[in-house]
Design a protein around this ligand. Sequence first.
Ligand SMILES: O=c1ccn([C@@H]2O[C@H](COP(=O)(O)OP(=O)(O)O[C@H]3O[C@H](CO)[C@@H](O)[C@H](O)[C@H]3O)[C@@H](O)[C@H]2O)c(=O)[nH]1
Ligand SMILES: [Mn+2]
Length: 743
Amino acid sequence: MGTQGTVREDQVVMEADPLFERRQAKGRAAYRVFASTVFVGICLIWIYRVSYIPRVGERGRWVWFGMFMAELCFGFFWVFTQSLRWNFTRSYPFKHRLSQRHEEKLPGVDIFVCTADPVIEPPTLVINTILSVMSCNYPTEKLAVYLSDDGGSDLTFYALLEASHFAKYWIPFCKTNNIEPRSPETYFAHNSNEQQFTNYQEWSDVKNLYEEMKERIESTMERGSISKEIRDKHKGFSEWNQNVTKNDHQPIVQIVIDGRDETAVDNNGYRLPTLVYMAREKRPQYSHHFKAGAMNALIRVSSEISNGPIILNLDCDMYVNDSDAIRDALCFFMDEKKGHEIAYVQHPQTFNNITKNDLYANSYSVANKVELAGMGGYGSALYCGTGCFHRTESLCGNSYSEDNKLRLDTNYTKKNDKKTVNELEEAAKIVSSCSYEKDTLWGKEIGLVYGCAVEDIVTGLTIQCRGWKSVYYCPNKEAFLGVAPNTLEVALIQHKRWCEGLFQIFLTKYCPFIYGHAKIKLGAQLGYCAYLTWAPISLPTLYYVIVPPLCLLHGIPLFPQVSSKWFLPYAYVFISKTVYSMVETSACGSTIKGWWNLQRMWVFRRTTSYFFAFIDTIIKQVGLSQTTFAITPKMVTDDVLKRYKQEVIEFGSSNTMFTIIATLAVLNLFSFVGAMAKRVTDLEMDFKTLEMLMPQVILCGFVIMVNLPVYRALFFRNDKGCMPHGVMFKSLVLASLACLVPI
Ligand SMILES: O=c1ccn([C@@H]2O[C@H](COP(=O)(O)OP(=O)(O)O[C@H]3O[C@H](CO)[C@@H](O)[C@H](O)[C@H]3O)[C@@H](O)[C@H]2O)c(=O)[nH]1
Ligand SMILES: [Mn+2]
């Protein structure tokens, strides 16, 4: 009796233990006090601007108004960013409890990997992602992996076939030896000579198999076509006839591995996960809606084949770095008390090619560790397009409702057990055709939302506004790792796309203040706006890096003089913000140089990508152009890669963005040098005027410091990554003209 009693008690405790926990971060109160003092400083700055407007006829009256507008915008933007820090919480799953309680009834998980172009996104990269998910620590009969190929390329299909063969070696190798990460490329690159490996023979066999496969895929890529010998080996190749082009072809669905098939086993005799290739139908007369369209086709295709209640969405470059990632995420969905409210669990976007000092500020360490966690604190984590686990029903447009507690369908039912592979493929082709969505709510209320370059963010918002909660989970060990842009141009183009999409959300019916009103918390609405208003913040930034230096050159003071009491709020806001961001960035793992690089990227992005995005979004809203999607290249030449690794900024392109960057850098230099020269030669110049111009000297000096690599690229470098001469010429002319404009 005694023992039995204890057992039962233990069980009761176990049942009550939650599968995840949310903890508030320490030091919130202190932070709130600090933020309030900064806010007081900002208000004083506004008061100063209003009280000291130059009188009619005085120099710089209009410029002053501009300064006021800029500072007003910066202030509001700062308030948005505060809401991300106000309610900062972290989530922690307990995966051992999940295994204890639910091992037998784990749900089926459908994993979607999207690729769009075999050249920009090489098939070897794609299959590494596929292999890493196939070998996750999860019951294989409950896993189904789908590759959506918007490139519609038989080369990608071929690589997937190769991967399906190699998986028979790779999966058991990973599982019996418990190796990490399970992307073969990364694993072998980091374990190039595994002496301690117990079974060295096995290790080198698998490595050789991988190398050989890679070699075959790469040589096929070089040739650009599939040999007849290979084509004859799989019926799937018959889909690629003469008429198939990237943007014009019939739907192609191939079940490469049928997980139901008991003979589809790996080398240890264990069942393999389902593996499906899909190239949805594309026709020039139909808009394909980029990644959102691909995802929606995948949702329908998977519902025909495996119909898992959970979907994991990954970009083709995001391999699984922690093979327990699925289990961690399920803790949130399967928690007895709160799990039923949760629509999705988002992981941060992390990358495996960040340089030591994060040259292009791609690590997003503060966003990942602080800001997005802050959104999670409101139960409104952003959906970021990759590394996100979805509840299928919420992604499919269902609303959350309290009295209709929807729980996960944990009984793994094979609704399509009786259909043959052929029948499944035919059914899947129907739902992945262009006309299928005609006159349906797909892209509006069902699936991912169409018409926005950041389909992920807007879709996440609509899910939250249907009553669901979302979780942000940032584990210590990154669950997924991808490829970050490794040239400046690519980094800026990526930001332009994001920024355009984000601002578009702000301007349309999806604006969080309207669409989210009374549906998501006010903090979350403000938090969304910290991202959605990136584009307009370009205007005050441009103003600040153009007008004060020109006024410095012309001797017009725009700030209170250093000895005035009004200078204090400026100094306080500037210094406290700078020091705080330095501390925050370092606490999130960046170096000081990394922080400095972030400041530079912040100037570059705001004056180029965000500004262009602002203009393009306006043009789009007026109806003059359509949404586009510039895919981020994942590979660069060795020469470029070498400079990236040495942290030398890559400017070698005549993109207009670079002309702007160069012009602003030169303009600030001219103003600074010009003003100094005047002070030296002009004897009338007294100390008073110099003191009045001091804040502008500091500001201008700061911009010059940030731009040091730009001057180097303009005047001193001669490698292929330096600024092209055309850009240099244009920037010198434009900056000189600007200096001549009378104010
Ligand atoms: O027509 C398209 C275009 C893109 N993709 C895929 O979408 C993913 C993301 O594209 P990428 O060029 O890598 O853009 P990123 O800026 O790196 O992507 C981020 O931002 C996008 C929104 O702008 C989100 O969709 C992504 O998930 C998110 O990682 C890749 O797997 C592509 O293959 C498609 O499937 N079809
Ligand atoms: Mn990407």
